[in-house]
Design a protein around this ligand. Structure first.
Ligand code: NCD
Ligand code: ZN
Ligand code: ZN
Length: 479
């Protein structure tokens, strides 16, 4: 008896495959949403569909660990449909979505509301649960309910979620550490910023640069250092969001050297923009933490080169045009769209020789997949991995144009930037969600919660620290 010959759903021929460590010409076969084979074209099985990608590059789809899709609650800014459509168009196959929605994702009821909205997703997603002072008793239920990690707002930002005091952060870390999940941090010190911005406002300083003045690097350095200490003592895994200053690199390097499981991301706007943006873009550039002086940009590139910064994420934070544009800087909402422009902007940097394609794959796919327990199902071009693939044309020159962004809040500080290199096809688990530069609208709803595949992470050992729960249990009390 002869076995049925294996057939694939799709074979892509002619491209160069790029991983974090290698680049080679190969065909790739896809079956049932996964990568079936990688190799010489003549070694590929028959396929229902053969795609010619001669001269193009195949990368694992980008995993953006930091997006705000505003849904539920602020759906005039963005929805799951528009946000994930923008991701698909940008070569992003998985996103991690933030809890500062309305209601905030602080309990299971709110999480279920969000999971309902997320049924329209084009791409796969993880959901951050909120770690706040008032919902520490909900964290384990949120894990049970399907979050992929937690987010703690150490400093105030859009949504005005109160920043938990250190005691609550420590206790939250104790709870999450037991389960091995990662806590992502908006690492800015709330009280320093509050005092500075109050003084500036009282003195009628409402020009764009007043925003930068209210948030000097020490704001971030203090919070990163404090978070690293609390993580070190509790064994919590942490992720520092939107690293904006060169000064944060030292506490990051020191914590990594001490063995703290700390990862860090920066965003294209910190790598590509500097203080001139405040004169050129006015209130549109307002973002937390702020875009800083040129010297920080140079140091951040250094942190990218030496691995202190693990990932590039976007902090996709859309707002309406009116919310972004105001002569009074304090009245302009913070953040801007980004999930669709990250890849062309960063590929342009590769064309300019600032980083390699392998480094790029490491920072946008491999590192986030590993940090959130998705590797090797995601973040890799390997047989058996999900066929989350982006086909890239490295020669394609496109001008960033907010009119072409699928995001609702499409104000971008990169308007009219000429980019070199663009995604042309995006596949999520073997299905085209963007094809020849066009959104595949029938693929709406294809996205799945990555918690369905997430490996349960192993908790890390802690040092001599005794948790609040253990202290109570020792006395025969309940936590
Ligand atoms: C974000 C938002 O709008 O939700 N804004 C921002 O300036 N980055 C919140 C955040 O990430 O701090
Ligand atoms: Zn933030
Ligand atoms: Zn954010």
């Amino acid at each position: 008896m002869t076995a049925e010959p294996m057939t694939a759903d799709i074979v892509i021929n002619g491209a160069t495959l790029v991983t974090d460590s290698a680049m080679f010409a190969a065909s790739i076969a896809i079956k049932d949403g996964a990568i079936l084979a990688i190799g010489a074209p003549e070694a590929m099985p028959d396929a229902a569909e053969v795609v010619d990608a001669t001269g193009k590059y195949i990368l694992p789809g980008a995993i953006d660990a930091h997006v705000h899709f505003r849904d539920p609650g602020y759906t005039h800014k963005e929805t799951w449909e528009t946000g994930t459509a923008s991701a698909a168009m940008g070569g992003v196959t998985t996103v991690f979505e933030m809890p500062n929605t309305n209601p905030p994702t602080g309990n299971v009821e709110a999480l279920n509301m969000k999971l309902e909205s997320a049924k329209k997703a084009y791409v796969d997603f993880g959901i951050y649960g909120l770690l706040g002072e008032d919902n520490l008793d909900q964290l384990e239920a949120l894990i049970e309910g399907g979050v992929a990690g937690f987010k703690c707002f150490m400093g105030n930002t859009f949504g005005n979620l109160p920043s938990p005091p250190s005691g609550a952060i420590l206790e939250g870390f104790e709870i999450v550490a037991k389960h091995g999940y990662r806590v992502a941090l908006h690492a800015e010190n709330a009280s320093i910023m509050a005092r500075r911005s109050k003084k500036l406002r009282e003195n009628d300083c409402c020009d764009p640069l007043a925003h930068l003045d209210a948030r000097p690097p020490v704001v971030a350095v203090e919070a990163v250092s404090r978070a690293a200490i609390l993580a070190e003592w509790t064994g919590a895994r942490i992720h520092v969001l939107h690293v904006s200053s060169g000064d944060e690199l030292r506490p990051l390097r020191e914590a990594k050297a001490r063995g703290v499981d700390i990862t860090a991301e920066t965003c294209p706007h910190y790598l590509l923009l500097d203080e001139h943006a405040y004169t050129e873009k006015k209130s549109l550039i307002r973002v937390n933490p702020p875009v800083r002086e040129k010297v920080h940009q140079e140091q951040l590139w250094q942190g990218v080169a030496d691995g202190t910064i693990d990932m590039i994420a976007t902090d996709h934070a859309p707002h309406s045009h009116a919310e972004k544009h105001n002569d009074d800087i304090w009245r302009a909402d913070c953040g801007f769209t980004g999930v669709q422009t990250q890849m062309p902007l960063m590929l342009t940097q590769i064309a300019n020789g600032r980083m390699t394609l392998n480094q790029y794959v490491r920072m946008t796919s491999l590192a986030p997949a590993k940090a959130f327990g998705l590797y090797p199902r995601k973040g890799a071009l390997l047989p058996g991995s999900d066929a989350d693939i982006v086909v890239v044309d490295l020669d394609k020159v496109v001008k960033v144009d907010s009119a072409l962004l699928k995001s609702k809040g499409s104000s971008t500080p990169f308007q009219d930037y000429e980019t070199r290199g663009a995604p042309i096809h995006t596949l999520v688990r073997g299905r085209f969600v963007m094809r020849d530069g066009e959104l595949v609208t029938e693929a709406m709803g294809h996205g799945l919660n990555v918690r369905r595949i997430q490996k349960m992470p192993t908790p890390r050992p802690t040092n001599t620290h005794t948790t609040t729960r253990a202290i109570l249990e020792k006395r025969g009390k309940r936590y």
